[in-house]
Structure formats: structure tokens, C-alpha cells
Design a protein around this ligand. Structure first.
Ligand code: ADP
Ligand code: TYD
Length: 208
């Protein structure tokens, strides 16, 4: 039987520290001798990185929520085929900075109730959930200030402001309650090393 790896995702509002924590976990697991694939969404494969540019650059009203669901799912399908599935089949620990929970919230709740559409398309085209999801919880104002302190042209969703981030934060907490077996809520408003230590403890327990 082919070796199966483990699939870990990081979710949460912009600026909550997902990328920082994903990187720290990857480093820690590598030091412990694990074969790790660190990846991100939107993106994580050449085709999906092309789609990333389409969805994250330009006017915030460029796409409808429905079109975005299709674009993010198309990117995810390529990411799954080219990056995630091969790595899991090779027995690697795959760590993704965002996955379908982001679509469930950013496209699923912020511009009408499209969560059912996201879930149906996900079932049809992706059909995989993470084994373990860290929801980094954070005050929206702090998260937004952190996100804005970064440079770059990818600001479409951050641009929607603090009200939207607050709605997303509540949504992430509800989602974690909906999937308690895989989702762990982590307080992100602490020293990065402290947050990383808590996450590492949960992953170690999971890896057995
Ligand atoms: P995300 O990927 O969730 O948007 P990042 O990991 O990119 O968040 O972090 C956003 C910004 O906040 C970065 O400048 C990062 O260095 C900083 N940061 C990350 N974690 C913490 C933390 N625990 N405390 C203070 N600043 C942090
Ligand atoms: P990301 O690069 O993770 O941004 P940040 O580091 O600020 O959290 O993601 C870029 C943006 O894409 C982010 O605002 C969330 C959004 N996004 C969606 O709207 N839907 C999705 O399915 C994904 C994966 C991301």
C-alpha cells in the first residue's frame, strides 16, 4: 500500500499569522526529520499561481462572488493534482497556508449566502479536507494593521476593511465548531514562539 502523508492547513483572517506559523511548523518538522511540503493558496502550483494573480490583483469588484468560487476552486484543483496529492502519496507532511475553509468564508458568507455552492463544488471537484486545520484567531483590527504593514499589490480582500474581517473572524470560529475533529482554534495574539509551541504540541500528538 502507498504511504500516506498528513495534510495540515492554516486558516484565519488576513494578518493573523498563518504564513509565519506555517513556516515555523515546517522548519520544526524538518528539524525533527519529517519530509515537509510547505505550500499556499491561492497558488501552490504554476497554474494556480497564474490564477492567484487574476484573483488578487486589480479592482475589488472585478469578479462576482460566484466567479471567484470558480476561480479559487480551479486554482485548488490544479494545486491538488500537481502538488498536494503527489506529496501525500509520497508520505510527506503537507502544510498549506489556506485551503477550502477560506473559500467557505471569503466567497461563502461575505456577499450573500453562497456556502452551499462552495461545498457542492468542493465535493465535486476537490473532495478532500485537511487532517488538521489550525484556525488562528485574532482581533480584526490587529490583523488588518499587521497585514497592511506588508508591502505588495495583493490587497483586494484586505481592502474590504475591518467590518468584513470581523465577519470573517466570527465565521472562522463557527466553522471550527462545525468541524471540531480537525479544527483547532489558536489564539494568534501572542508571541509567535508561544503560538508555534502550542501548534507543535498538537501536531506531535497527531503524528503519534
Ligand atoms: P497571514 O499569513 O495570516 O496574513 P503573516 O504571517 O504574514 O499573516 O503575518 C502578518 C504580519 O504580522 C507579518 O509582518 C508578521 O511578521 C507579523 N506577525 C506574525 N505573527 C505575529 C505575532 N504572533 N505577533 C506579532 N506579529 C506577528
Ligand atoms: P493570503 O495570501 O493568504 O493573504 P493573507 O496573508 O493576507 O492572509 O490570501 C490572499 C487573499 O485571498 C486573502 O485575502 C484571502 C483570499 N482568499 C479567498 O478569498 N478565497 C480563497 O479561497 C482563498 C484561498 C483566499
Amino acid at each position: 500500500m502507498a504511504a500516506r502523508g498528513i495534510f495540515i492547513t492554516f486558516e484565519g483572517i488576513d494578518g493573523s499569522g498563518k504564513s509565519t506559523q506555517a513556516r515555523m511548523l515546517a522548519d520544526l518538522l524538518r528539524q525533527a526529520g519529517h519530509d515537509v511540503m510547505l505550500t499556499r493558496e491561492p497558488g501552490g502550483s504554476p497554474g494556480a499561481e497564474d490564477i492567484r494573480r487574476l484573483v488578487l490583483e486589480g479592482d475589488p469588484d472585478r469578479w462576482s462572488a460566484e466567479t471567484e468560487i470558480l476561480l479559487f476552486t480551479a486554482a485548488r484543483r490544479d494545486h491538488l493534482e500537481k502538488t498536494i496529492e503527489p506529496a501525500l502519496a509520497a508520505g510527506k507532511v503537507v502544510i498549506s497556508d489556506r485551503f477550502v475553509d477560506s473559500t467557505r468564508l471569503y466567497q461563502g458568507i461575505t456577499r450573500g449566502d453562497l456556502r452551499g455552492v462552495v461545498d457542492q463544488l468542493h465535493m465535486m471537484m476537490i473532495g478532500r479536507e485537511a487532517d488538521l486545520t489550525f484556525v488562528i484567531d485574532m482581533d480584526p483590527g490587529t490583523g488588518l494593521a499587521r497585514a497592511r504593514s506588508r508591502q505588495g499589490g495583493e490587497e483586494r480582500f484586505e481592502d474590504f476593511g475591518e467590518g468584513l474581517q470581523a465577519q470573517l473572524r466570527d465565521g472562522f470560529l463557527e466553522l471550527a465548531a462545525e468541524f471540531p475533529a480537525r479544527c483547532k482554534v489558536i489564539d494568534g495574539d501572542r508571541d509567535p514562539q508561544v503560538v508555534a509551541a502550542e501548534i507543535a504540541g498538537i501536531v506531535r500528538a497527531h503524528l503519534g
